[in-house]
Design a protein around this ligand. Structure first.
Ligand code: IMP
Length: 471
C-alpha cells in the first residue's frame, strides 16, 4: 500500500470552489483519478488553452492520457449523460474510453429518480438530476415491492431484468403521483442504447481498484464532488446534496481502505458562493439575495440569469451602500453562474469560521485558495476594504463555530474583520513575494486563523495562473 498512496481533494465550502482545476493540476502525478460521490449534479470546469470542458461525471484528469479514471461505488451514474459526455470528450480531445472504469456497485439513475426530483426538488433547489431519489432508493433497498436500487453491475449482469425493474418503478411512481406514464418507454430505450457502449467500462469485480493497485502500484487522487457544507449529514441539512461529501467518504465510495491515505487537500474560494436554498452566513444581501437568486420564471428558468444581470451597471453597483447590490456586481465580475444549471450563484465574503470548522473536521493538510485575484474587486467598493468573517453573533452570544441546527445557523449574523484592499492585477504574479501587501496579509490571516498552511493560490482560470507556496 505504501507504493500506492492516495490523496483526496475536497471542496471546503458550498461547491464550485475550483476543485476540478486543482485535480487537473495534481493529476499530472497521479496514476488513477477517482470519483467517490455524487453524479451528474456536479459541474467541474477545466480549461487548457482554448479548450474549456464542463465535466459532469468523468473525473477531471481527462487531459492526461496516462491517468486512469475511476467512478467509484459511492457514485450514481446517469448512463445517457455519461455517454453524451464521452462523445463530447472524444470529439474535443480525442479521449479514449478504455481509460474509464466504473464500479459495479455504483447506482444507476433511473427515470423515476429524475421524475421525483423534478416534482419535489424545487423546495431545496436541487439540480434536478435525480440524485436524491437515487440515494433514497439505496437506503430503501426494496420499494413498491421490488428491487429499488439498481447497480451498474445489475445492468451488466442482466440488463433486461434491470430495465424491467426501471419500468415498474416508473409506473409505480406515476400512479402514486396521479400522472400518466408517457415517455418512460422511450427513455428506457435511450438508456438501453447508451448502455451498449458503457457496459464495457463496468468492472465486474467490486475490488477492482485494490487489485489493480496490487498488480501495478501507483498514486490515486480522489476527486470530491459538491463540498463539505453540502454533506447529507454534516452539511447545512436539509439544504444539502444526498451523498457524503466529506474527506472520509473517499474510503467508502472510492473503494479503497483508509490504509492507503496520504493527504487531504482542501480547496476554498476567496469570495464564496452557494447555489440552491439554505443558510449562508456571509452572503452579501442575506435573505434578499437568496430570494433573488432562487427566483424562477413561469417556465422554471432562473429569472436573474446571466444575460439579465449582464445589463446592469456593475461598477455603480460595486460602490453601493447596499451589500445586496454589491453582491450582484461581484457575481458578474467573478462569473458566478451554474455550469450545468446557469443559475446565478449567491455570493458572500470569505467565512473563516466556516473554513476553520471544515479544515478541522476533515483533517485538511493543505489549503488551496482559488480566485484570489477577485479580491481586487473590493478596492472598488465604497469601503475599499476586504471583508472576512471571523465570528458569529447568535442572539446575544458570540460563537466561534457554525451550529448544526439549520434554524440556529440561519439566525447567525457575521462578525466582520476588514482587511487592507489591493488594486493590483495579480493574475500574472508567480511568487508570494511579488504579491501586494493586502493579498499577503489576507493569506497570513487565513493561516493564523485556521492553523493550516496555504499551499497554493489561484490567480486566474488558466492552468498557469497559480502560485505554488509549497517550498
Ligand atoms: P442535488 O445534489 O441535485 O440533490 O441538489 C442539492 C443541493 O446541492 C442543491 O442546493 C444544489 O444546488 C447543490 N449542489 C449539487 N451539486 C452541486 C455542485 O456541484 N456544486 C454546487 N452545489 C451543488
Amino acid at each position: 500500500m505504501k507504493n500506492s498512496p492516495s490523496d483526496i481533494v475536497i471542496g471546503l465550502q458550498y461547491g464550485d470552489e475550483g476543485k476540478a482545476r486543482v485535480v487537473d493540476m495534481l493529476a499530472e502525478n497521479a496514476g488513477v483519478v477517482a470519483r467517490f460521490n455524487g453524479g451528474a449534479n456536479a459541474g467541474h470546469t477545466i480549461k487548457h488553452g482554448d479548450i474549456q470542458l464542463a465535466l459532469r461525471q468523468v473525473p477531471a484528469a481527462v487531459f492526461y492520457p496516462n491517468a486512469e479514471l475511476y467512478i467509484g461505488s459511492g457514485c450514481c451514474v446517469n448512463i445517457e449523460k455519461l455517454e453524451q459526455e464521452l462523445l463530447m470528450l472524444e470529439k474535443l480531445i480525442g479521449f479514449t474510453r478504455k481509460r474509464l472504469h466504473i464500479s459495479s456497485l455504483a447506482s444507476v439513475i433511473q427515470p423515476h429518480h429524475i421524475l421525483l426530483d423534478e416534482h419535489f426538488g424545487a423546495q431545496l433547489g436541487t439540480t434536478g438530476n435525480g440524485i436524491g431519489p437515487a440515494y433514497a432508493d439505496r437506503a430503501m433497498r426494496i420499494n413498491y415491492g421490488q428491487l429499488a436500487n439498481i447497480h451498474m453491475g445489475d445492468v451488466l449482469s442482466d440488463s433486461e431484468r434491470a430495465f424491467d425493474y426501471m419500468q415498474k418503478s416508473y409506473d409505480a411512481v406515476c400512479s402514486q403521483l396521479g400522472i400518466g406514464n408517457q415517455g418512460c418507454t422511450e427513455r428506457i430505450a435511450s438508456i438501453r442504447n447508451a448502455a451498449r457502449t458503457i457496459l464495457a467500462m463496468i468492472e465486474h469485480d467490486p475490488n477492482y481498484l485494490i487489485r489493480r493497485l496490487e498488480r501495478n502500484p501507483t498514486t490515486v487522487l480522489f476527486e470530491g464532488a459538491q463540498s463539505v457544507m453540502l454533506d447529507v449529514n454534516k452539511g447545512t441539512v436539509p439544504y444539502v446534496t444526498s451523498s457524503h461529501t466529506v474527506a472520509g467518504a473517499a474510503y467508502v465510495g472510492g473503494d479503497l481502505p483508509a490504509t492507503y491515505h496520504r493527504s487531504t487537500i482542501g480547496v476554498a474560494k476567496a469570495i464564496m458562493s452557494r447555489v440552491g436554498h439554505g443558510p449562508f452566513v456571509s452572503e452579501f444581501g442575506g435573505k434578499e439575495s437568496e430570494d433573488y437568486c432562487m427566483k424562477r420564471d413561469a417556465d422554471g428558468a432562473p429569472t436573474y440569469r446571466k444575460e439579465v444581470e449582464d445589463k446592469y451597471e456593475h461598477n455603480v453597483l460595486l460602490r453601493s451602500d447596499n451589500p445586496f447590490e454589491v453582491g450582484k456586481a461581484l457575481r458578474h465580475f467573478s462569473g458566478e453562474y451554474g455550469v450545468g444549471t446557469k443559475r446565478p450563484r449567491r455570493v458572500g465574503a470569505l467565512d473563516l469560521v466556516q473554513l476553520r470548522d471544515a479544515i478541522k473536521s476533515n483533517g485538511v493538510d493543505k489549503l488551496i485558495l482559488t480566485k484570489m485575484d477577485l479580491l481586487r474587486l473590493f478596492a472598488k467598493t465604497k469601503a475599499e476594504k476586504i471583508p472576512l468573517v471571523t465570528g458569529y453573533k447568535m442572539g446575544s452570544r458570540t460563537i466561534d463555530y457554525a451550529p448544526s441546527s439549520e434554524k440556529d445557523l440561519q439566525s447567525c449574523a457575521p462578525i466582520i474583520e476588514e482587511c487592507e484592499a489591493f488594486d493590483d492585477d495579480i493574475s500574472q504574479v508567480t511568487t508570494f513575494e511579488a504579491l501586494p501587501s493586502g493579498a499577503k496579509k489576507v493569506i497570513q490571516l487565513i493561516e493564523a486563523f485556521t492553523n493550516v498552511k496555504v499551499s497554493g493560490i489561484g490567480t486566474g482560470p488558466e492552468r498557469t495562473q497559480y502560485i505554488n507556496l509549497e517550498k
